[in-house]
Design a binder for this molecule. Structure first.
Ligand code: HAM
Length: 417
């Protein structure tokens, strides 16, 4: 075949889409219950929006962005995540002027030029939630609880909530110094990238997948030991809120997340069922980002769920039932077909899913088609039935048949399914 999807991009086929719709509709219910409203932003933004937000030294910005240039040479990038775009819209549209507390969610495709593997794609989808205007810690806990509530509603078990604090601009530089000193003594054991990172952005070394770097980082100082009093109190209050709400978590001092905008609380929801791509959701507080992008000094926290990874977990539990027609009209002969065409259109107007066989097929081929579609019931109408004003209705599940009057057939089916 001449054209196939691009590597790392995939079709979501009709037999798969049930789980997608289920996930989206459950997410909307949960988000609405927590006061979130939907926002839809463009998938293409100025490159600088992402490089400034996510950070030059991150893998996302340095290696994974799909960037093109416009006719004036300005870089535009397919969004690798949603937070930067939502923050841009929050500032550009002055959303905070209408209401100082804004809870916004968005659902859609993201693009990262990563090496595709199980659970990792180049076009993937996120359910993204962002809460602006409250410094927490209740809002941190509320945001995390909302994520966990969604997984609970989906019936997913065995997910582990990992929690950490990355400190603030007051205490993180001290930790950075400590870490830089630790890494400098072990630079021979680090990969080339991490040797560079240990000077430019040492926290990123925690994310490196090279085994040698992993060994070095296993012994590295933990950020939780360097938090200032306020960050410690904040973290303790978030943990206490989660405990009160009965949401279990594990403290993971090595959880630094792959984006630079975070401060204080960070979290990731992990599974052991998807191999190396173990994060089904991740997020945290990013109090400095709105200001960094030219907006007011407003705190914020949020997270994003990786849709494909959640779908993979839902699929393990079994596919959702494929939708099937309520009724199939097997009309035999031109007069019956003419009449049936009108009924089918009227029944569809009532919201029923009704199919009929076109063309000159006989009863056998019509029944075969109804069966293949999985129709619940079949109405069998030929010229004789039209003349007598009565037709046969067969229940395809039980095989039972009954006679139904044709005089007011549309009303007969109204409310019958
Ligand atoms: P992230 O950790 O980069 O955070 O992505 C969030 C989730 O998206 C991941 O946990 C994962 O489930 C999914 N994901 C990421 N990359 C891929 C991929 N290549 N293929 C499939 N799934 C993927 C963010 O994007 C932040 N913007 C989250 C956030 C919102 N922080 C604050 N607000």
């Amino acid at each position: 075949m001449e054209f196939r999807t691009i590597k790392g991009f995939k079709d979501i086929l009709p037999h798969e889409v049930g789980n997608w719709q289920f996930l989206e509709s459950e997410a909307r219910k949960v988000f609405h219950a927590f006061g979130y409203r939907e926002i839809r932003t463009p998938i293409l933004e100025w490159t600088e929006l992402f490089s400034r937000s996510i950070g030059q030294e991150t893998d996302i910005v340095s290696k994974e962005m799909y960037t093109l240039t416009d006719s004036r040479g300005r870089g535009m990038t397919l969004r690798p995540e949603a937070t930067a775009s939502v923050v841009r819209a929050y500032i550009q549209e002055g959303l905070y002027r209408k209401n100082p507390l804004q809870k916004l969610y968005c659902i859609g495709p993201m693009f990262r030029h990563e090496r595709p593997q199980k659970g990792r794609f180049r076009q993937f989808h996120q359910l993204d939630a962002e809460f602006f205007g409250d410094p927490g810690p209740e809002s941190d806990a509320e945001t995390i609880i909302m994520a966990m509530r969604l997984f609970e509603r989906l019936g997913l078990e065995g997910l582990v909530l990992n929690l950490n604090s990355l400190g603030c601009p007051g205490c993180r530089p001290g930790f950075r110094e400590k870490l830089t000193a630790y890494l400098a003594e072990r630079s021979d054991a680090l990969c080339g990238d991490c040797r560079r990172r240990s000077e430019t952005n040492p926290l990123r070394v925690f994310d490196c997948k090279v085994p040698g770097c992993g060994e070095v980082m296993a012994e590295a100082p933990a950020i939780t030991g360097s938090l200032c009093g306020e960050c410690r109190d904040h973290f303790a209050a978030v943990s206490a809120c989660l405990e009160r709400a009965g949401v279990p978590f594990v403290l993971n001092p090595r959880l630094v997340r792959g984006l630079d905008y975070y401060n204080r609380t960070t979290f990731e929801v992990q599974t052991d069922r998807l191999g190396a791509q173990n994060a089904v959701a991740g997020g945290g507080r990013y109090d400095g980002l709105v200001k960094l992008l030219g907006g007011p000094d407003h705190p914020a926290i949020g997270f994003a769920v990786g849709v494909e990874r959640v779908i993979a977990l839902l699929e393990e539990k079994g596919a959702r039932a494929t939708p099937r027609p309520d009724l199939f009209v097997a009309a035999i002969g031109p007069a019956a077909r003419d009449a049936a065409f009108g009924w089918v259109m009227d029944l569809r107007a009532l919201g029923l899913w009704v199919e009929m066989g076109y063309g000159t097929g006989g009863l056998k081929s019509r029944m075969k088609r109804a069966d293949r579609l999985g129709a619940r019931k079949v109405l069998i109408v030929g010229d004789d039935e039209l003349a007598s004003g009565k037709a046969v209705l067969r229940d395809m599940g039980t095989g039972d048949q009954e006679t139904v009057p044709l005089s007011d057939i549309v009303n007969y089916f109204k409310g019958a399914f």
